[in-house]
Design a protein around this ligand. Structure first.
Ligand code: ATP
Length: 363
């Protein structure tokens, strides 16, 4: 385990043993996590796993059935949302269409009865922060999707929150703009250094922005760790499959060895005997000429036949027949081989990259 929790005492936000029920349905079953000052945590998981519910509890819109939230050491029980000094950018953020951009950004400050001179200063700063200093007099409909998203961000941070909650902040944007905006958002968050919890179902978005990621499933956290922990050292098949592409193999463990059709017998000590699922990511498999495998003891090897070759610009994708199944391997094009369907190849991977789990996949 790496970076599981922030160091004791340094947590800015603590969510402790949260349980939330909606009637018969349990949306959160004992969810705990911490966010250090200035840290960015992403809650990542499929639709319905409880990400938004977790944010709503932190914001104070939902009272947990048990468990609690502390912000900066202060218990939030009984503290209403407006008493928590949290900046919120929720899914499908709507700017008020009838208000100017200036008035949209000023809204939260006016709610807090702040003097107009101070409001003017803060709104100006917030618009400069999102690089739209001249947008104040416009209406939302005059701005592009990306600009509206930046205004929504300005509106969330203008109150100088001590904690920022972002729920699918890019959900309104098309794929290309999403990618552009996530770079911008990272720049902004690094500049502001506000503790942030961001919800997303997009693993790339989570990895691009988070210091740490909490992967959720069925109302519980499966694993918390840095992006490389989650990607390289997933603790469960669910986490492994959720955060990247993978080739899956069914096999049997017995006496410290794993038998996988097409891969042969591999040594994996410490696994309980019984059915296993093995997983390797496409970029971890080296595709070599048939006589090209090294003899390194850290590597495992197999023989395969090329089924399909697809050139994708930055990489080439090989579909390979390996024993009873087909798998995918990628190579960056600077190292790609001139291979054709039907060619025999050698495959090689680092032993540590073939992850073996003692559980059955839900396909
Ligand atoms: P999505 O990415 O789709 O928003 P999520 O992970 O954010 O998913 P939540 O919105 O937290 O999921 O919802 C978790 C579960 O709780 C869902 O099955 C949802 O239908 C249910 N749920 C959420 N809010 C309520 C509510 N107010 N009443 C009843 N059920 C609810």
């Amino acid at each position: 385990r790496h970076n599981e929790t922030a160091a004791p005492g340094s947590a800015y936000l603590e969510a402790r043993n949260l349980v939330v029920r909606f009637g018969e349905y349990t949306a959160l079953r004992d969810v705990s996590f911490e966010v250090a000052a200035g840290e960015r945590l992403c809650l990542l998981g499929p639709s319905g796993c409880g990400k938004t519910t977790s944010l709503r509890v932190i914001a104070g819109f939902i009272q947990p059935d048990s468990g609690g939230v502390r912000i900066d050491g202060r218990d939030m029980e009984g503290v209403p949302p407006e008493g928590r000094n949290i900046g919120i950018l929720f899914q499908n953020y709507a700017l008020f269409p009838h208000l100017t951009i200036y008035d949209n950004v000023a809204f939260g400050l006016r709610m807090r009865n702040i003097a107009e001179s101070e409001i003017r200063k803060r709104v100006t700063e917030a618009l400069e922060l999102v690089r739209l200093p001249k947008a104040g007099g416009k209406r939302p409909s005059m701005l592009s999707g990306g600009e509206q998203q930046r205004i929504a961000f300005a509106r969330a941070v203008v109150i100088k929150p001590s904690l920022l909650l972002l729920d699918e902040p890019f959900s309104n944007l098309d794929a290309r703009l999403r990618q552009e905006m996530r770079g911008e958002l990272l720049d902004l968050l690094q500049q502001l250094r506000i503790a942030t919890v961001m919800v997303t179902h997009d693993q790339e978005e989570a990895m691009a922005i988070a210091d740490r990621i909490a992967v959720m499933q069925g109302g519980a956290i499966e694993q918390v760790g840095g992006p490389t922990d989650i990607y390289e050292r997933p603790r469960s098949l669910f986490v492994a499959r959720f955060v990247g592409e993978s080739n899956l193999f069914a096999g049997q463990a017995a006496g410290g060895m794993v038998e996988i059709p097409g891969l042969g017998r591999l040594e994996r000590r410490g696994l309980q005997d019984g059915p296993v699922q093995a997983l390797i990511r496409p970029e971890k498999i080296r595709v070599l000429p048939a006589n090209g495998a090294s003899g390194s003891p850290d590597h495992e090897r197999a023989r395969a036949t090329i089924e399909r070759v697809q050139y994708l610009g930055h990489r080439t994708e090989y579909r390979l027949k390996l024993g009873p199944q087909s798998i995918t391997a990628w190579r960056l094009n600077e190292t790609a081989l001139p291979l054709m369907p039907g060619d025999a190849v050698a495959l090689e991977w680092n032993r540590a990259d073939l992850l073996v789990f003692r559980e059955i996949a839900n396909r």
